[in-house]
Design a protein around this ligand. Structure first.
Ligand SMILES: [Zn+2]
Length: 159
C-alpha cells in the first residue's frame, strides 16, 4: 500500500454583511468570510491538502474563482468533488488533521458539528477527522480579526 501526505493552507478576509461558514456549517457571528465561494476557509485548506497529497495541483486550478458556476458555491460541493477526483485516481482518505486560527468567535463548541458534517461529505468516519481551533494571542491578521486562517494535513492511501 502506498501512503502519501498532503498539506493545505488558506486565508479569507472577515467582513461585515457576510455569513460565516466554517467546516461546512454556518456559525453565528457579527462578520463573515469574503470570497468567491462561501469562503469556507477550513474546507478550502482540506481540499488543497487532499489535492496536494495526490499531486493534483490545487483548488484554484480545479475550481477557478473566475468561473460563474462557483460563485457563492457551498464549499461542501467542492470538497465532495475533490474527494471524487482522488477516489477516481484510486486514493482513499487515511485521516485529516486541521487547525483553524481565529480570534473570535469561539469555535470549540462547533467542532463536533463540523466533524460530523465533513465526515458525511467525505464518506469517512468522524474518527478520521481532527479539527482544532486556536487564537493567535491577538497577534497578526487573525489576532486583529481581519481574517481567519486554516491549516490542514491529510494522509491518503492507494492500494
Ligand atoms: Zn479559500
Amino acid at each position: 500500500m502506498k501512503i502519501r501526505v498532503g498539506f493545505g493552507y488558506d486565508v479569507h478576509r472577515l467582513v461585515a454583511g457576510r455569513e460565516l461558514w466554517l467546516g461546512g456549517i454556518k456559525i453565528a457571528h457579527t462578520e463573515g468570510l469574503l470570497g468567491h465561494s462561501d469562503a469556507d476557509v477550513l474546507i478550502h485548506a482540506i481540499c488543497d491538502a487532499l489535492l496536494g497529497a495526490a499531486n493534483m495541483r490545487d483548488i484554484g486550478y480545479h475550481f477557478p474563482d473566475t468561473a460563474e458556476e462557483y460563485e457563492n458555491i457551498d464549499s461542501k460541493i467542492l470538497l465532495r468533488k475533490t474527494m471524487a477526483l482522488l477516489r477516481g485516481a484510486g486514493y482513499e482518505l487515511g485521516n485529516i488533521d486541521a487547525t483553524i486560527a481565529a480570534e473570535r468567535p469561539k469555535l470549540n463548541p462547533h467542532i463536533p458539528a463540523m466533524k460530523q458534517t465533513l465526515a458525511s461529505v467525505l464518506e469517512v468516519g468522524e474518527g478520521d477527522i481532527s479539527i482544532k481551533a486556536t487564537t493567535t494571542e491577538r497577534l497578526g491578521f487573525t489576532g486583529r480579526e481581519e481574517g481567519i486562517a486554516a491549516y490542514a494535513t491529510v494522509l491518503i492511501t492507494q492500494n
